[in-house]
Design a protein around this ligand. Sequence first.
Ligand code: NAD
Length: 480
Amino acid sequence: MSQLNEAAIRDVVSEVLAQLQSKGSIGMPTIQTRPGKHGVFDDADQAVAAARSGFEQLQKKGWAARTTIVNLVKKMCVDSAERWGDIEYNETKIGRRAHKPLKLQGVQNVLGPEFLVPQGMSGDFGITMDEAAPWGVIVGVTPLTHSVPTIAGNIINMVAAGNSVVFNPHPGGAAVAALAINEINEAIKAEIGISNLVCTIEKPTLDSFNSLCSHEDVDLLCITGGPGVVDAAMKTGKRAICAGPGNPPVVVDDCNALDFDRVARDIITGGGFDNNLLCIAEKQIIAVADSYQKTLDAMVRQGAVLLNAQQLEAIKKEVFDFKDGVGCGSPVLNRKWVGANPDALARIAGLNIDSSVEMLIAETDANDPFVQEEQMMPLLPIVRANDFSQALSIAKQSEHGDKHSAMIHSMNVERLTQMGQEMDTTIYVKNGPCVAGLGMGGEGFISYSIATTTGEGITTPRTFTRYRRCTLVNNLNIVR
Ligand code: NAD
């Protein structure tokens, strides 16, 4: 059978299956991809070989091709935001359906090739250029919390810098990853004639992670995820850019000049977005002295539902596994509840609330698991601090040195500066929601890979380049 016929038959089969699914004729929805073609592979060696060829094809096409591809991927994220968002939500079953397209549309604000400016030097001894060169083939590991948005953002940064990429996505978001990568490849091929510039492993496993990360033809790793995968990547010996975990606190200062309703709205906007799945999201509120009650009241006025102590305990026992008993040892997060809706969490405690509620809040002390663990649920603990210095120390301790993100609401300039200096986080937002730190309601650009652990910060095309110098001695500079 010729390849053409094979592809045509697969198309027909996909179409028929899609029609059967839409009519409810078959049970579990499956997402049709084309293994071994258009960037989707079941084998690490094949994927790396294909991506190497994709990289070489891109090099031959030059800089204009990078801009074309970046614009194409951005347009596809907008055009497919609802569809990909829907598929991702149905596959991962976490977060809020309505927020999935917004994350894809946000990819518009990821930096492209325009960000890479060569640096020239000219003087008595001639001219020198420092230029941003690609690494080659990059391996990208992406989280369950934002599968396609992270993949799309990585593609834009990495291809803008002239690289190709092979993804080993989270298995729970791998089908939508394969679907989007398949479509992106087809579009790149149709637009500019390059195949397999972006590749993925269809059924990613720890074995495929290990094979990719130890592959001699892989030049760089970009890891977005929790502590386990960051540790594993750092042990491979390859250069790794690691966008690791966080547990971002928000401090509310004792300040009469604050508009507490605006503070509460900001906390709900950031902490409630996609049911608290963002790694930068407000995860615990620490309020100083009189601001404690004012913040609590404003949160309720702005729509958050306040849990009582019994309701909090009931939820805590379900969403954490206390292997050594409640209050002893380190609780383990029951991942079934990550990104759950507030109404689903409330039902654990026998409380019926509307599905439109964006956030639950509960009064806790600083040692509560909801404060100490990166729980990624729209249930924010609020802790009372006697003064600003105590608030800062609770905030710092609860962030566990991840150097990820922190927020503050205050009109006291000295305190705004003091917290920024002491937290030493990659993102620090003053008087706004966390998302302002990624250019949504604040100045700046976005990436869904914030390289906290290895220090590159919010990734840009520059993160994925090697700097190379070219020097010409005693010649060609036209100015004497
Ligand atoms: P996760 O750590 O469970 O998984 C992330 C990725 O790593 C997945 O692809 C997973 O399959 C893989 N993985 C996990 N353990 C591994 C191991 N031991 N060896 C090899 N691969 C492994 O995280 P998640 O639940 O998908 O995402 C949430 C976590 O990611 C949170 O900790 C969050 O803070 C973090 N995150 C960070 C950023 C950032 O930019 N810094 C962005 C998004 C998410």
